[in-house]
Design a binder for this molecule. Structure first.
Ligand SMILES: C[S@@+](CC[C@H](N)C(=O)[O-])C[C@H]1O[C@@H](n2cnc3c(N)ncnc32)[C@H](O)[C@@H]1O
Length: 326
């Protein structure tokens, strides 16, 4: 059974505190730490909430306090994403190692697509391991960070800004021996039709015999816990800077409604200052069984699933056994 180390922003969380859910701030604010029962406290009265704009794009897009934030999801979080990644996966080598169960069967030099590359930890780790790696993401800021990480590590990673539903338009038909969509990314696809379009796109670029690997949160668990605020119970240190991470879940009654996760990273700086980066992400959760049906609908054969009702995350693998219907 795989451990709960499936990446991105999902772990090191603590139990619900039963605190009320916030609004839709996005961007960077300066706060001062204060003594409270969680160790710090924001001066929220000083923070003006921006207007809530397109939920589809998943963010408030306004200039806020003089700071213009991203036009697409992860436009702000891209700058602090490393604080959301578990320690074991915070390096390219560690990240690639976490997915060895997927890549172990691939030939050296196999072509891999990471289609939700984030800041590039997995893509760069796979390139260092000798694979030919293409990395794409809907967020230009994330793709820029992937390019920078590849340069810093002296490896070649081909990058592109591209949504999953745009994969069929990239000239990559039948190309990849493996397609990875990890870090609980797929729940950002808009509803079931969006998820199916995303999976169709991933299937389209898989070579015959190629493997798709997806990770997901256990949405059954998330939904049964309901709306809540999770404050990570430790400071996360990256490149010598410590941060507190807070997740605010907004869980509506219906599975089919748009859910929200607001992630805030409060990084300590200059002695007594906090730099807070926060973003509201839209989410469309799914049952495990629905995901398996969606994978099959994309013409892929299920190879395995680690789903376990009591585990917070799982990995699904599937294979493209034959050519897809045209
Ligand atoms: C939770 S992060 C995971 C990043 C990375 N895979 C990891 O494990 O750290 C989700 C990523 O999915 C990307 N994303 C969201 N919607 C997308 C879409 N429709 N098409 C492609 N990428 C998308 C986001 O920009 C973000 O980088």
């Amino acid at each position: 059974m795989l451990e709960d180390r499936t990446g991105g922003d999902e772990d090191e969380r603590v139990a619900a505190l039963g605190m009320p859910i916030g609004g839709c701030p996005i961007g960077v604010v300066e706060l001062r730490p204060d003594v409270s029962d969680i160790g710090w406290q924001s001066r929220r009265d000083e923070v003006e909430r921006p207007e809530r704009q397109s939920k589809r794009q998943g963010a408030c897009h306004d200039a806020w306090g003089g700071i213009t934030v991203g036009e697409v999801a992860y436009g702000s979080l891209a700058s602090v994403y490393e604080w959301l990644v578990p320690d074991a996966k915070a390096s390219p080598a560690g990240n690639a190692q976490a997915f060895e169960m997927v890549t172990a069967g691939l030939d050296p030099g196999a072509q891999i697509l990471d289609c939700a590359c984030g800041i590039g930890l997995l893509a760069v780790g796979l390139a260092e391991a000798g694979f030919r790696v293409t990395a794409c993401d809907a967020s230009p800021a994330m793709v820029e960070r992937t390019q920078a990480l590849a340069r810093a590590h002296g490896v070649e990673v081909s990058t592109r800004v591209c949504r999953w539903d745009q994969l069929p338009d990239q000239g990559w038909q039948d190309r990849f021996d493996a397609v990875l969509c990890v870090g609980n990314s797929l729940a950002h696809a808009v509803g079931r039709s969006g998820r199916r379009a995303a999976l169709d796109g991933m299937a389209f670029v898989l070579a015959t015999g190629g493997v798709l690997a997806l990770t997901s949160r256990n949405w059954e668990q998330i939904r049964s816990a309901g709306s809540r605020l999770d404050v990570w119970d430790r400071l996360v240190e990256r490149a010598g800077r410590k941060a507190v991470v807070v997740y605010s879940w907004q869980v509506p009654p219906s599975w089919d409604a748009e859910h929200h996760l607001q992630i805030s990273v409060a990084a300590l700086q200059d002695g007594d200052q906090l730099q807070v980066t926060t973003e509201l992400l839209p989410i469309w959760p799914f049952h495990h069984e629905e995901l398996l049906a969606d994978v099959a609908a994309a013409g892929l054969s299920l190879a395995g699933s680690t789903y376990d009702a009591i585990q917070p995350n799982y990995l699904v693998t599937a294979q493209r056994r034959t050519g897809l219907p045209t």
